[in-house]
Design a protein. Structure first.
Length: 134
């Protein structure tokens, strides 16, 4: 019985470490269900005081690439009265539903909420990711 307990603790620690060092996400459905969205940092991990780029992948709900979107980016740290020290933005559409997001910089470690807003043909939707920053 003790071995099973230690195995559970070890697996929990591995999972926690993989989440905290993550630089990518599984797809999240947007608020209105129009898009499936995932991101990947082009830096090895999401840390403070580093300006880095993200690759944002956006698909329609039926998994087709979402092109011609206008995308805005914002973020804040829950429990704190501040956002990012930069103004990240979508700088390029790379094709196949992929967008380059430049200017991501976190000035404090902890959990951040990163929000992407999408506009297309007078329709708006958004998604929020909870991002652990080291």
């Amino acid at each position: 019985m003790d071995n099973l307990r230690y195995l559970r603790i070890a697996l929990g620690m591995v999972l926690a470490l993989s989440i905290s060092s993550s630089s990518a996400t599984d797809a999240h459905l947007s608020d209105k269900g129009l898009y499936r969205v995932s991101w990947q940092s082009l830096a090895p991990e999401v840390t403070t005081d580093l300006i880095h780029e993200w690759l944002l992948h956006v698909e329609t709900a039926d998994r087709r690439p979402a092109d011609n979107l206008i995308i805005t980016v914002s973020a804040h740290m829950p429990g704190h009265a501040h956002g990012l020290p930069t103004q990240p933005r979508a700088t390029a559409y790379l094709g196949n539903g992929d967008y380059r997001i430049a200017g991501m910089k976190f000035q404090m470690s902890g959990v951040w909420w990163v929000r992407f807003d999408f506009w297309r043909k007078n329709r708006r939707d958004w998604v929020i990711f909870e991002v652990p920053v080291k």
